[in-house]
Design a protein around this ligand. Structure first.
Ligand SMILES: [Zn+2]
Length: 327
């Protein structure tokens, strides 16, 4: 299926609605000629709910257009519409043909089979992953323990923990792989998801970094492991962060100042830690170029209701899923 989209890279949009059997993307201000932005493509992918799709960008949006119409190449009406407007966020953009990397938010529900109300988790995963073109039964999941432990994944691991927590990889907080069609997943609420992508090799990594994992430099270790196993080069590697509790809200005990060289700061006599800053420093230490690191500024604690926050919601808290897969 080919979907034609006309939109500007600068155009922000606020909703997709179905009108007269066709989808219409409403822009919040007039657009100019250009290409689609990743956010829009994500949104459409969520709406289309098809396994395989290709977004074709058509330039030439008229400058006064306030909306764009979306239809399939066959002229068939696309279905079904979704109510939720921000089901997923893509990390490296959706135009990269080699990788899928995205995280969910609260709208898509709890994704954990072991935390929070897990009664709908499998169904939530299935729906969310279908929007990405990922088979939920192929997911590789781990029993995360806030460690620095990493696993090197191949096709034989496909499906570990996908439908049962008991089958998840033991005592592991991150993965690397060069295998295609093997989706890696981690589950978080406040902890930092770190997406690692080497488009040259290609190879990928995904890490769950809370303060303990960060203390073990798990993100830096994942980069090292990719260099060792796949001959990845740090200069080629791109890194993206998912949402996490940030320095605005993550108060930690005073001994953290001695534990972490970067990413902790004192405000009003209290010590705060920023997981993004800690991991960024560690990745730079592994030779990742600053321009290849993109971050999501959202704080899970104070950034509205988009994400689960363990510190805010305690034991009943669900988890978002972060997923990455080589195509
Ligand atoms: Zn905050």
């Amino acid at each position: 299926m080919i979907v034609s989209v006309r939109v500007s890279p600068k155009a922000s949009f606020n909703r997709v609605v179905e009108e007269n059997g066709k989808f219409k993307v409403h822009l919040s201000r007039p657009a100019q000629d250009g290409e689609a932005n990743a956010q829009l493509v994500d949104l459409l992918a969520g709406h289309l709910k098809v396994k395989k799709y290709q977004i074709k960008i058509v330039k030439g949006l008229k400058s006064r257009d306030k909306s764009v119409e979306v239809s399939s190449s066959s002229g068939r009406v696309l279905n079904p519409p979704l109510q939720d407007k921000r089901r997923m966020r893509s990390v490296f953009g959706s135009n990269d043909e080699k990788v899928i990397a995205a995280f969910s938010n609260r709208v898509s529900g709890n994704m954990s089979l072991s935390y929070g109300d897990a009664s709908a988790s499998l169904d939530n995963r299935k729906k969310f992953l279908a929007g990405l073109g990922v088979d939920h039964k192929s997911l590789v999941c781990a029993k995360q323990i806030h460690s620095g432990n990493l696993a090197c994944i191949d096709k034989s691991h496909r499906g570990c923990g996908a439908v049962s927590y008991n089958d998840a990889l033991d005592a592991c907080d991150g993965f690397v792989t060069a295998a295609k069609d093997v989706p890696l997943a981690i589950f978080t609420a406040d902890c930092l998801p770190v997406f690692i992508y080497d488009p040259k090799t290609p190879a990928i990594g995904l890490v769950h970094a809370g303060w303990r994992g960060s203390l073990e430099n798990i993100a830096g270790s994942a980069v090292r492991l990719m260099r060792q196993r796949f001959n990845s080069r740090s200069v080629d590697i791109r890194v993206g962060f998912g949402p996490a509790i940030r320095g605005c809200c993550y108060e930690v005990s005073v001994d953290f100042q001695a534990k972490f060289r970067a990413g902790v700061s004192v405000k009003n006599g209290r010590l705060y830690m920023d997981l993004v800053e800690v991991n960024k420093a560690q990745l730079l230490g592994q030779g990742i170029r600053p321009e290849n690191i993109s971050e999501d500024p959202v704080c899970t604690f104070c950034g509205g209701e988009d994400f689960f926050s363990f510190r805010r919601e305690k034991d009943a808290c669900g988890r978002i899923i972060s997923v990455i897969m080589l195509k």
